[in-house]
Design a protein around this ligand. Structure first.
Ligand code: X2X
Length: 339
């Protein structure tokens, strides 16, 4: 009887001190990786996530943002591995930059898969969104929410690009998944892969003629100052962003704090999608007007010109659909058709 009372008392004491002991194990700072700083919607999303987490956990979880890939020596393609290894605690990453480790993320880089914003939403908010989160969990990270970098538009210093013939002989900086090398090669251009940090001096000196990035990035980087005077709105791919946490870090938090971090990611992600689309779609064309006011020639390929880009890149679509997984690609195509 005595022993039973003692055990009960010890258990009660253990339960009473458990949450306190747990949050004492929290680190004083958690490192959040992003490619772009807070002058871009992407970095702004990082700041918001940190701010909302601080608020919702009453300061128990303190996140510091490290933009510019400073935690991985500037190499965007190493972010996912660093996140898995715990060099990075949290990240808001582009599907493109994680594609070298998670081949299914190349889905979003299939040329001309997503014709409009509803198509992006049909993927991220539907069955594909859930499947991709399942794949990321299996890869050892905890995905929480979707954000957006955006439709990637083409710019260059040499002249108007309205059809694949105009791509010939032009050198383009492309991002870190090999599918981009394949696409630009199929379109007749000269692609070369480099980080975003290296792209800016390369454009400025003319080592490369052009690049592709969302308009929110084009504007915030003032790409017209990097000789980018010709812009083609072809919307050939779009990269969503994904909010994730390292698994061990996640498991070190109390269930209530995990929920707070998830909620904060969902809120910051929703705000991020709105910011990424602002001024480039629908009735509000403010960002495009700003770009044109800088003397940039904006070209909108006609339907038959878009078809020519699509036809030229079709072999790349088919090759990569097989690598991504035909079932996943079929599900995506069906979701988009039903949007
Ligand atoms: O490197 C790029 O072009 C950027 C900033 O868009 C990505 O990280 C995918």
């Amino acid at each position: 009887m005595h022993r039973f009372v003692l055990v009960c008392a010890l258990l009660a004491a253990a339960i009473a001190i458990a949450p306190a002991a747990h949050s004492q194990n929290y680190r004083s700072e958690y490192k959040l990786s992003t490619v772009l700083p807070s002058s871009y919607p992407w970095g702004k999303a990082g700041e918001r996530w940190a701010e909302l987490v601080k608020e919702k956990t009453h300061g128990r979880i303190n996140i510091k943002m490290y933009p510019g890939m400073s935690l991985v020596g500037g190499d965007q393609t190493k972010e996912f591995s660093a996140l898995r290894q715990g060099v990075i605690d949290l990240a808001i990453g582009s599907t493109i930059n994680w594609s070298p480790q998670v081949r299914q993320l190349n889905l979003f880089s299939l040329p001309f898969l997503m014709p409009d914003y509803k198509a992006i939403d049909a993927l991220t908010k539907g069955e594909i969104g859930r499947e991709i989160f399942g794949i990321l969990e299996k890869a050892g990270v905890v995905p929480l929410a979707w954000g957006e970098n955006g439709f990637r538009e083409l710019s260059n210093s040499k002249g108007v690009v309205a059809s694949p013939a105009d791509m010939k002989g032009k050198k383009f900086r492309v991002v870190g998944s090999p599918i981009f090398i394949d696409t630009f090669t199929a379109l007749g251009a000269n692609p070369t892969q480099m980080s975003f940090a290296d792209a800016q001096p390369a454009l400025s000196t003319g080592a490369v003629d052009g690049q592709e990035n969302p308009l929110s990035v084009f504007v915030a980087a003032k790409m017209w100052t990097l000789n980018q005077k010709f812009l083609t709105l072809w919307g050939y791919t779009a990269d969503p962003l994904i909010f994730v946490v390292n698994k061990e870090v996640w498991e070190s938090w109390t269930p209530a704090d995990r929920e707070a971090v998830r909620q904060a990611a969902v809120e910051a992600g929703a705000e991020n999608v709105v910011a990424a689309r602002k001024g480039i779609a629908g009735a509000d064309m403010e960002v495009l007007k700003q770009i044109e006011a800088q003397g940039v020639t904006v070209t909108r390929p006609k339907p038959d010109q878009l078809k020519a880009f699509q036809a030229a890149s079709k072999p790349v679509y088919d090759k990569w659909a097989a690598q991504i997984g035909l079932d996943l690609v079929k599900t995506a195509e069906t979701s988009i058709a039903k949007r």
